[in-house]
Design a protein around this ligand. Sequence first.
Ligand code: 13P
Length: 246
Amino acid sequence: MSKDIVIIGNWKMNKTPEEAEAFIGKLNLLYAENKAKILENVKFGIGAPAVDLAPIKKTNEIEGLIIAAQNMHEKESGAFTGELSSKIIKGAGANAVILGHSERRAMFNETSESVAAKARVAIENGLLPIIAFGETLEEYEAKKTKRVVKKMVQESTRGVDLSKVVLAYEPIWAIGTGKTASAKDAQNVCKYVRSITDENVVIQYGGSVKPENIAELMSQPDIDGALVGGASLDATSFIKLLTMNK
Ligand code: 13P
């Protein structure tokens, strides 16, 4: 049997609840029309702003759709104004959560230790953590990718059951820049991540993935999916990611 391919759109800070509903309404139709072109081993979903989770769940007609929040707090409840617990996002409709995205690490002081703590709590509460990591342009140019990635992965998955997570390798220099890591480079890093984690762990690549390059990236033996920003915002483009641009 072929391995699962997990494709997640990360909307980042885009789409109001109304826009999220419109997207999912369109996706329901496009999915029905294109189902025959989507391989059975392709699993997919959307990482949405927290207030969009309930509208997505309500509008969705696609069985098995992954509905991911983009962050959560590791505590179950309490005096953490402005934060959302695993139970709150789950109650709103999430069955997954993106953790440790580079934007959160860079702009909101997210650390690998807190990512691991959040991932453990997410799993306890039945959510699928999608754990992101990746090197900066400076680190890439200094050929420090493997060293940096190793530290991030090991610290971000400490005490975490790797059979219950998705790992997402996102080189920061490839995010939103239109510069995709070559399929060969992405494959090399994902292969390395597999060698330091678990043979069966699901590893996504993210960074300027689009309908035109997804098939080549997904054909690499150690790339098991994609975390997609810009190209996931439009339902037609998102469906093309699922059909591998067919
Ligand atoms: P782009 O696909 O827009 O480069 O974003 C990648 C990303 O950060 C997904 O999490």
